[in-house]
Design a protein around this ligand. Structure first.
Ligand SMILES: C[S@@+](CC[C@H](N)C(=O)[O-])C[C@H]1O[C@@H](n2cnc3c(N)ncnc32)[C@H](O)[C@@H]1O
Length: 280
């Protein structure tokens, strides 16, 4: 038995000793999840005594985290663009860097009245659903090769109240997709084989390999999707791609070979080029 404050303190010390950089936040998210409380509300409930059953769950979760399972995988949820997304073994755990791509798209709100958005490799659906939540006139189609990801994305659309404007379907990049789109977005797999082998266990053991790697040089997905995506663009349309560290020039060259011209590079919060914008 212990109070919320004591338990958050004990977990924080344990995670700090294990060298976890976000020890206090991890502790608050895990305790908050078990108690059904927003982490930000835990302070106000610091003296609540935790039941034996809840404490047993918290200890089990803490031990899983100490064995390097990410907190988001333990609670099955990740916050992205201020929204809560369900994640599963079939989906990538959405990364904060990808919010750069969402911001880049939303900066074009004045350009398109009611854009049709196509997201290639949608995972949890975090990119199109974050865009739709901020852009009430937009609609989206999300594609993923993993049926389990499509199931999760569809569930996330329902949880966020966006199901009427978002559709998700299984597919291999653009194969079988008709119509045209004002905006095509993609955060495809872009890690090289060598980078994959060197990943931290938190990433390598829990994110699906197909969500991370794309051939020896990490550029396979861009090669596969750029030309067909260009063919699906409506007049005046834009393609927004997330890229990995140091890939801007190579992806720009592939896009130019597919008949596209580069319009902008957007850096992430670390100053690394993270999103490229193209037009025909
Ligand atoms: C880097 S993850 C991005 C997931 C999500 N968009 C996000 O930003 O969190 C890449 C996604 O592409 C999907 N994918 C890989 N190959 C694919 C293909 N040939 N066709 C469609 N989707 C594919 C993976 O299943 C994975 O969900």
């Amino acid at each position: 038995m212990g109070t919320v404050a004591e338990t958050v303190g004990a977990l924080t010390r344990g995670f700090t000793d294990a060298g976890f950089p976000s020890a206090r936040l991890d502790a608050r998210i895990l305790v908050g999840h078990v108690m059904g409380l927003e982490p930000s509300l835990l302070f106000a409930r610091g003296d609540v005594v935790i039941t034996d059953a809840d404490m047993a769950t918290i200890i089990a979760y803490a031990n899983r985290h100490l064995a390097h399972e990410p907190v988001s995988r333990i609670i099955g949820e990740r916050e992205f663009y201020g929204l809560a997304f369900k994640i599963s073994a079939d989906t990538l755990d959405p990364r904060p860097d990808t919010e750069t791509l969402v911001d880049a798209v939303l900066a074009h709100r004045a350009m398109f009245a009611a854009p049709r958005i196509l997201d290639l490799g949608t995972g949890t659906g975090c990119i199109p659903l974050a865009i739709l939540s901020a852009w009430p006139e937009a609609t989206a189609l999300g594609i993923d090769i993993a049926p389990g990801a499509i199931q999760v994305a569809t569930e996330n659309a329902g949880r966020l109240g966006l199901a009427a404007r978002a559709r998700f379907q299984v597919g291999d990049w653009t194969q079988g997709i008709g119509g045209s789109f004002e905006i095509v977005v993609s955060n495809p797999p872009y890690i090289t084989e060598a980078e994959y082998m060197a990943l931290d266990p938190e990433v390598r053991l829990y994110d699906p390999r197909a969500a991370l790697t794309a051939g020896q040089d990490g550029l396979g997905a861009y090669r596969a999707l750029l030309a067909p995506a260009a063919a699906l663009l409506a007049p005046g349309g834009r393609i927004f791609l997330e890229i990995g560290l140091g890939q801007a020039d190579a992806v720009t060259a592939l896009a130019q070979a597919a008949g596209l011209r580069i319009l902008a590079r957007h850096p992430d919060l670390g100053g690394i080029d993270r999103c490229l914008v193209f037009a025909v």
